[in-house]
Design a protein around this ligand. Structure first.
Ligand SMILES: Cc1c2[nH]c(c1CCC(=O)O)Cc1[nH]c(c(CCC(=O)O)c1C)Cc1[nH]c(c(CCC(=O)O)c1C)Cc1[nH]c(c(C)c1CCC(=O)O)C2
Length: 345
């Protein structure tokens, strides 16, 4: 058994062990709100950045250092896995992601090729190994992937969407084809996350960003069995964080699907949500990212409320309820990190 007493606070909190400070990291902590990132992006495209381990390492490590956060997150994107599955992905200027050959008809699911191994994504596992080697031991590295439902939304919609009407109509119209698609995405994601853990990722986050669009009943029918299988296929000794947004009515069903930590957004009260989830899981969240656009006083007031709601229970990881917005002042993010570290109940 490895000696885990000296583990950094983020990993202890993932295991619901007491920590001296509440660990904090932020979704999208590396990105356009940082001048260093914008400077680099003026020279290389987003996909090139993701596919060049040296650059992905630089971006990941710089962001973690600048902010003084308790964990780094691999610089990559949830949609990269769609390429080896046979989808033609582009990050178009000003438009966000576009998939040029989306899944439209049930027969298109046949085009989604099962992945034999994670070899086609070796640029990601190389980045993981390089980042792990570059970070100090006190800063754990989080690997991640998109959850099958959120990936299926992109694969079917061909990009972002407001109501996910095409994806959901596909799901309702042809549940058998839906399950085949979800099954392939689940298999590929399990391989990909295991490869990240093998390369050095010390925790794994599944982003089910758009799952809040489903009713509890539909979640249980169309998503939960796949998520159960996915979590069961992950390495048992690596904490898994199960994240979604708009999930107030889905939390228990998400917990039952898997993950040692459940991500919460700001639409729920953290203490009430944790009561519902019970003592068997930790929680991550849940400051509204828009609060970071206000004043330092308001940021501290709202951060204090989150910390107070989590107080007395080990297993809280401070985060936003969703990613940092591009117009966020870096100083505000740093002030938040310092405030959380200095807070002593
Ligand atoms: C849905 C989703 C995507 N990507 C991701 C999600 C799930 C989280 C969420 O709900 O926000 C996850 C993601 N995307 C990115 C990371 C890197 C790690 C981090 O710092 O958090 C992570 C964890 C980098 C990125 N992914 C993207 C950028 C911006 C690219 C740029 O430099 O122009 C970054 C830094 C591009 C991206 N990627 C995606 C969209 C919709 C966009 C365009 C919108 C946008 O630009 O914010 C898909």
């Amino acid at each position: 058994m490895p000696d885990r007493r000296e583990d950094p606070p983020f990993l202890k909190a993932c295991r619901r062990e007491p920590t001296e400070v509440t660990p904090i990291w932020l979704m999208r902590q590396a990105g356009r709100y940082m001048a260093d990132y914008r400077e680099l992006r003026s020279k290389v495209s987003f996909l090139e950045l993701c596919k060049t381990p040296d650059l992905a390492t630089e971006v990941t490590v710089t962001a973690a250092e600048r902010l003084g956060v308790d964990a780094a997150i691999l610089f990559a994107d949830i949609l990269l896995i769609l390429e080896p599955l046979g989808l033609d992905l582009e990050f178009a200027k000003g438009e966000g992601p576009v998939i040029h050959n989306p899944v439209v008809e049930p027969i298109d699911v046949d085009r989604i090729r099962p992945m034999a191994d994670a070899g086609a994504l070796s640029y990601v596992t190389e980045a993981v190994a390089q980042i792990r080697a570059a970070l100090p031991p006190s800063v754990p590295l989080i690997g991640f992937a998109g959850a099958p439902f959120t990936l299926a939304c992109y694969a079917i919609e061909g990009g972002g969407s407001r109501h996910y009407d095409r994806a959901k109509a596909f799901m309702y119209r042809d549940p058998a084809a839906w399950d085949v698609l979800m099954g392939r995405l689940t298999d590929a994601t399990a391989l990909y996350l295991n490869a990240q853990a093998e390369a050095g990722a010390q925790a794994l986050q599944l982003f089910d960003s758009w799952v809040g669009t489903l009713s509890p009943r539909d979640y249980k029918r169309f998503v939960q069995p796949h998520m159960r299988r996915l979590f069961a296929a992950l390495p048992a000794d690596v904490p898994a964080i199960h994240f979604g947004t708009g999930t107030a009515t889905l939390l228990e069903a998400q917990r039952d699907a898997g993950g040692s930590v459940i991500g919460l957004d700001w639409r729920v009260e953290l203490d009430e949500a944790w009561d519902r989830l019970g003592p068997g899981v930790g929680v991550q969240g849940n400051l509204d990212p828009v609060v970071l656009l206000s004043t330092r006083e308001e940021i501290e007031r709202q951060a204090r409320l989150v910390l107070q709601q989590a107080a007395g229970r080990p297993g809280h990881i401070f985060n936003l309820g969703h990613g940092i917005l591009p117009q966020t002042p870096v100083d505000h993010v740093r002030a938040l990190v310092d405030f959380v570290h200095e807070w002593r109940g």
